[in-house]
Design a binder for this molecule. Structure first.
Ligand SMILES: Cc1cc2nc3c(=O)[nH]c(=O)nc-3n(C[C@H](O)[C@H](O)[C@H](O)COP(=O)(O)OP(=O)(O)OC[C@H]3O[C@@H](n4cnc5c(N)ncnc54)[C@H](O)[C@@H]3O)c2cc1C
Length: 521
C-alpha cells in the first residue's frame, strides 16, 4: 500500500481501444490498493505519480499488523477494497480476457472459476468455426482454446483451473515450513465461519479449498432462510463477504487445491495437497461438505436453482403453488417432500428408479403417497429431457417398463437421491458412518462436543458431519462454535506436549518420504 504524503498518483486500467483509462486519483493522505491488499493477487491497475510526490510504502506484513491492531482503520481499508474491486469489475476491461466458446465445458469451467472468485475478466466468444472443430472432437486441431490473456500480455492456452489460480494469485501457496494453529479444509459456509472465528481469536489459520469459496451455498442464486437477510442473499455474495472478513483477520487461502491425504505424528497433522505440497498444523477443522447426487441428464447444470432443487421447504414450495411438480427419489427425504408438496402444488409426479418404494421408504410415507389423489407414483422411471431457458419449462421422463415417454410443462423438479460426503481423503484416517459422513463426538476429553472426530485435534463441522442439519445457518453455526473446542484442544496440547513440534515435523517428513499416501496408492 502506498499512502500519498504529498503530490498525486493516478490509477488507470487498460481501455478497450488499447489506450489506458484513468479511474482514480489519489491525493494527500489517500492510499492505493484494492482487494489485492488483503491477498496475494497481482495488481490489476497501473499507478503513476503525476506530480512531484512523497509516498509512504507499507509492506503487506505491516499492513496486516496495522489492521489487526486498529479496528477503525481496518474497516475503512476493507470497505475501500470492496468498492474499488467492484469499480474495476464494472469497468469490464481490467483483469484477464477469456477467449473460448460459451458452450465449451472447459471455457465454462474457467469462467465459473473467475466469477466465483470475483476476478475481473472479459469473455470473448471465439469464431464459431473454431468451436465447431472442438465439438467434432477434433480438438487437436484447435489446441489453443480456451485461452486466457493475462494483464502482462502473456497468454495461457487451455490452462487448468489450478494453473490459472496460481498465475492470478488466487491460490496463495501455503508455507510448508509453518506449523499453523489450525487448518480449515473447505471454504463453504462452515469452513469460512471457522476461519473467521479462528483468525479473529488470534489463531494462525490456513484455509484449503478445492474449488472456490462458498461451497454448495456458493451455487445458490438466493438464500432466503439465512438470518439477517430478509430479501435473501446470493450464495456467492455471502461467501465473498465472509472471505473478505477472514482476509481482514489475516487468514491465508489456498484456493483450487484439494487435500488428498492426512496423517498425524506427535500431535502435528500433515495434510498433503493435490500437486504435492504438504502443510502442517496443530489442529484441523474438516468442513469439506457434501455434494448432492445429480441426475445424468443433458442441460442439468443450467437449471440448478432455476427449476431443479435439492430441498423442499416452505421457501421452495412458494415456487410451485398450484403448479405441477416432480419429486425424484425413493428414500424418506423424497417421500417427505412429495407429501409436503402435495398440500401446496397442483399435482406431484413422484419418480423412482426401483420397482417399488417398499425397501427404501418408511411404510407411513408409502401409505400417504398411495392414498393421496394429488401424488402419482411412477416406478422404474427416469427423467430423460429438461428444456427451457433461463428457467426450467418442460420435463420428459421415460417408463423403463413400457418405454412410454411422458412430456409435461413442469418448472420445478425436486431431486432427492441423497448426498455424498467429500471424505474420500479421510478413509482410514477418521471414523466414518456407513454412508461415509464423519462420526463426531468421540475422542477422550471431547466426548461432550458434537464436533470432535475419532482423531485428537481433528474436528468436523457442517454437511460433512454425520447427522448434521444440511443448511447454511447450521453450517455457519457449527463452524463458529467449533473454534472454542480448538482453543481448548490447543491449550491441552501446550500443557501436555510430549514431542517437540519441530521434531514431530521432522518425523512426519521422513515417514511420508518412505510411505505413499492412500490417495497416491
Ligand atoms: C443448489 C443448492 C442450494 C441450496 N440452498 C440452500 C438454501 O437456500 N438455504 C440453506 O439453508 N441451505 C441451502 N443449501 C444447502 C447448503 O448450501 C449446505 O448445507 C451448506 O453449503 C453446507 O456448508 P458446508 O460448509 O458444510 O459444506 P459445503 O458448502 O459443501 O462446502 C464444502 C467445501 O469444501 C470443499 N472441499 C471438498 N473436499 C475438499 C478437499 N478434499 N480439499 C479442499 N476442499 C474441499 C468444496 O469444494 C466446498 O467448497 C443449498 C445447497 C445447494 C446445493
Amino acid at each position: 500500500m502506498f499512502v500519498v504524503l504529498d503530490g498525486e498518483v493516478s490509477i488507470s486500467v487498460p481501455a478497450v481501444d488499447g489506450e489506458t483509462k484513468i479511474i482514480a486519483h489519489h491525493r494527500r493522505f489517500e492510499f492505493s490498493g484494492e482487494l489485492n491488499l488483503l491477498n496475494s493477487q497481482g495488481s490489476l491497475v497501473d499507478a503513476r505519480t503525476v506530480a512531484p510526490s512523497r509516498l509512504l510504502r507499507i509492506s503487506r506484513n505491516d499492513l496486516q499488523r496495522l489492521m489487526r491492531a486498529e479496528g477503525e482503520i481496518a474497516n475503512l481499508i476493507t470497505q475501500a477494497t470492496i468498492w474499488r474491486r467492484i469499480g474495476i469489475i464494472s469497468e469490464a476491461v481490467g483483469g484477464v480476457v477469456l477467449t473460448g466458446h460459451a458452450e465449451d465445458a472447459e471455457t465454462t469451467e474457467l469462467q465459473r472459476f473467475l466469477i466465483r472468485n470475483n476476478y475481473p475478466h472479459r469473455i470473448v466468444e471465439a469464431p464459431l468455426e473454431d468451436a465447431a472443430l472442438r465439438d467434432d472432437g477434433l480438438s487437436d486441431l484447435q489446441p489453443t482454446l480456451p485461452a486466457v490473456l493475462l494483464s502482462d500480455g502473456r497468454t495461457l492456452h487451455r490452462p487448468t483451473v489450478a494453473e490459472l489460480a496460481d498465475e492470478l494469485g488466487i491460490t496463495e501457496l501455503p508455507d510448508p515450513h509453518t506449523i499453523y494453529d489450525v487448518i480449515v479444509v473447505g471454504a463453504g459456509p462452515a469452513g469460512l465461519a471457522a476461519a473467521v472465528y479462528a483468525a479473529s481469536e488470534g489463531l494462525c489459520t490456513l484455509v484449503i479449498e478445492g474449488t472456490a469459496p462458498g461451497g454448495q451455498a456458493g451455487t445458490s442464486s438466493k438464500i432466503e432462510n439465512y438470518l439477517g437477510f430478509p430479501t435473501g442473499i446470493s450464495g456467492n455474495r455471502l461467501a465473498s463477504r465472509a472471505q473478505l472478513q477472514a482476509l481482514k483477520f489475516g487468514v491465508r487461502f489456498a484456493i483450487s487445491r484439494d487435500v488428498v491425504s492426512s496423517e498425524q505424528v506427535g500431535g502435528i497433522h500433515k495434510l498433503k495437497l493435490a500437486g504435492g505440497i504438504s502443510v502442517c498444523a496443530r489442529s484441523v477443522v474438516i468442513a469439506s461438505g457434501a455434494q448432492y447426487r445429480k441426475l445424468a441428464v443433458e442441460n442439468y447444470g443450467q437449471f440448478e436453482n432455476h427449476g431443479i432443487y435439492y430441498a423442499a421447504t416452505a421457501m421452495e414450495s412458494l415456487l410451485c403453488r398450484e403448479r405441477e411438480v416432480i419429486v425424484v427419489g425413493g428414500g424418506n427425504s423424497a417421500g417427505q417432500a412429495a407429501v409436503f408438496l402435495s398440500s401446496i402444488a397442483k399435482h406431484v409426479h413422484h419418480l423412482v428408479r426401483g420397482k417399488s418404494l417398499a425397501s427404501t421408504m418408511s411404510q407411513y410415507l408409502i401409505s400417504r403417497i398411495e392414498n393421496s389423489s394429488r401424488i402419482t407414483l411412477y416406478t422404474e422411471s427416469e427423467i430423460v429431457k429438461l428444456e427451457g431457458g433461463p428457467s426450467l419449462e418442460s420435463v420428459a421422463w421415460i417408463s423403463r417398463q413400457s418405454g412410454d415417454v411422458t412430456v409435461k410443462p413442469i418448472g420445478s423438479v425436486f431431486v432427492m437421491i441423497g448426498a455424498e460426503p467429500n471424505t474420500g481423503w479421510l478413509f482410514n484416517v477418521v471414523k466414518l458412518d456407513k454412508k461415509g459422513f464423519i462420526l463426531t463426538g468421540g475422542t477422550e476429553g471431547f466426548e461432550m462436543t458434537p464436533y470432535a472426530t475419532s482423531v485428537p485435534g481433528m474436528f468436523a463441522v457442517g454437511d460433512v458431519r454425520s447427522s448434521s442439519v444440511k443448511r447454511v445457518a447450521s453450517a455457519v453455526g457449527e463452524g463458529s462454535v467449533v473454534i472454542s473446542d480448538v482453543h481448548r484442544y490447543l491449550a491441552d496440547q501446550r500443557n501436555s506436549f510430549a514431542v517437540e513440534p519441530r521434531s514431530a515435523l521432522a518425523a512426519l517428513r521422513s515417514a511420508s518420504a518412505a510411505t505413499p499416501s492412500p490417495a497416491e496408492t
